[in-house]
Design a protein around this ligand. Structure first.
Ligand code: SAH
Ligand code: SF4
Ligand code: F3S
Length: 468
């Protein structure tokens, strides 16, 4: 860590100790342990941030709950599409109603939506009951802000940018056996539809030593699977003093004893190197899953999106990966309704779906984000038209995913048991290396273990299996 990051860490650690005292006073006033609820919207990056907030809260003496009727409620927001914004505002209204009946309650907002120009001001005006607003760049100052609101001050602090990476604070894990690990922050790609570079700032990689140190610590703590997180992991290492890249980092993570599975999110097709394909191919630990967002199969649209690859480059890359690593699952993100799109663009996208044979895809309807170049493009398309095209794409994805899933029938594969399967008593849910889910008869003692499972019955997107 840099000198400045170490100092900031120390400062926040002092605030955590102060927060412990203030929380215990709060508990005294309530006559019980105060409860805190962190609600996460958006991507894995936000989920990891929420674990950090929860870690500080638990350390300070809060009991964590999933019930929003609590003493400290935090919404960690996303703003990638406008429905994410609307969902948040709806929830915030209900939270206000809870607080009315519970005057000591504190409500905090953070995350990507707070980084949007005008949003914090609008929230303060419309939802005056909110106690704390902070953004993505100053999240490491949460212990300090927590002390502030426990002393009944209202805080609204948003930073335009940061180069501080303060990672050495307490953190929770949703699962004891697996964890996300940030390897980089921000994004420099400026795809013309996307708000992320504006709300998460410029791309910054963490030092490899810090990342490896964190993962070793996790392994000592019983973690067997890590998910390396970044908006574009394939450009990891740029701007660091050390000479390294994502493939080198993976090789080093692979050497860590105790880690059995390595995943990563997200890969931008433009930066995926042959060296990375080679490292994945030779690895026993790197999972057989690659999420490779396509967005569109039309060259015209890809160009206007500023994705920096074209359809033939994408198809070549995907097929090369399949050739090198035949058991890999390739999943993707597809967006429909980008300005100027026509039916022939959808046809091109469906053609790529067929040629690559995706194992699954997230499909999104384009959402206009103020401040992005695409928002000012003149030829926005109608919602009705998009819905029709969306159905066509969804159908193609469904067929492709079912075909791919069916190929596994009868195979025996290792599954990491992650959850109980709530829909059928006595069953648990496991995840295969290729990210597919299999449900099978299991016990709570299987939780966090990797077990060989026979994939008996294909249910389209998942399997019902049995122990081998
Ligand atoms: N960094 C990742 C994507 C992060 S956002 C990458 O480039 O792969 C996750 C997905 O949300 C994107 O892949 C895109 O499909 C979708 N998305 C981003 N901005 C959007 C917008 N304005 N409207 C609709 N979907 C969007
Ligand atoms: Fe957004 Fe593009 Fe960056 Fe992904 S790579 S976060 S889609 S700008
Ligand atoms: Fe949303 Fe921010 Fe992630 S906008 S998708 S939570 S980086």
């Amino acid at each position: 860590m840099k000198e400045q990051d170490i100092l900031e860490n120390e400062r926040q650690k002092e605030y955590i100790e102060k927060a412990c005292r203030l929380t215990s006073e709060f508990a005294g006033k309530l006559g019980r342990i105060p409860t805190a609820c962190v609600v996460t919207f958006g991507c894995q990056m936000n989920a990891r941030d929420s674990e950090k907030l929860s870690g500080v809260l638990r350390y300070a003496g809060f009991e964590l709950t999933e019930d929003e009727d609590c003493d400290l409620l935090i919404y960690n927001t996303c703003t990638v599409r406008d429905n994410a914004d609307n969902r948040l505002l709806g929830r915030l209204g209900s939270a206000g109603a809870i607080k009315k009946k519970k005057p000591g309650m504190k409500i905090a907002l953070c995350g990507c939506m707070m980084q949007q120009t005008g949003i914090p001001g609008k929230i303060k005006e419309t939802y005056p009951f909110v106690d704390l607003i902070f953004g993505t760049h100053n999240i490491f100052r949460f212990p300090e802000y927590l002390c502030g609101i426990l002393e009944d001050t209202k805080i609204c602090e948003i930073w335009e940018k940061t180069d501080t990476i303060a990672e050495d604070l307490p953190s929770e894990r949703k699962y004891p056996f697996k964890s996300g690990v940030n390897i980089m922050y921000g994004c420099n790609n400026f795809c013309t539809y996307c708000i992320v570079p504006y709300v998460r700032g410029r791309e910054r990689s963490r030092n490899s030593e810090d990342i490896i140190g964190e993962i070793k610590g996790l392994a000592d703590d019983g973690v067997i699977e890590v998910m390396l997180l970044g908006q574009n992991v394939n450009s990891y290492g740029k701007g660091l003093d050390e000479e390294t890249d994502f493939a080198d980092l993976l090789k080093r993570v692979e050497e860590i004893e105790g880690i059995k599975r390595i995943r990563f999110m997200t890969s931008h097709p433009k930066d995926l190197s042959d060296k990375l394909i080679g490292v994945m191919k030779d690895s026993d630990k790197i999972c057989r899953h690659l999420h490779l967002p396509l967005q569109s199969g039309s060259d015209r649209v890809l160009k206007r999106m500023n994705r920096v690859y074209d359809r033939s480059k994408y198809i070549d890359l995907a097929l090369r990966i399949r050739e090198e690593i035949p058991d890999i699952a390739i999943t993707t993100d597809i967006m429909l309704g980008f300005p100027g799109e026509t039916e022939s663009d959808t046809d091109d996208t469906i053609d790529v779906i067929k040629k690559v044979g995706f194992d699954n895809a997230f499909t999104f309807i384009y959402s206009k984000r103020t401040g992005t170049p695409a928002a000012d493009m003149p030829d926005q398309v109608s919602e009705e038209w998009v819905k029709h095209e969306f159905d066509r794409v969804l159908e193609a994805v469904k067929i492709s995913a079912q075909e791919r899933a069916a190929l596994l029938k009868g195979k025996v594969m290792d599954a990491l048991v992650e959850d109980v399967y709530t829909q059928r008593p006595g069953m648990v849910s496991g995840r295969l290396s290729n990210n597919m889910i299999v449900h099978f008869d299991g016990r709570p003692s299987d939780y966090g273990r990797i077990v060989p499972i026979s994939l008996d019955e294909c249910k389209g997107f998942y399997y019902i299996g049995s122990r081998k």
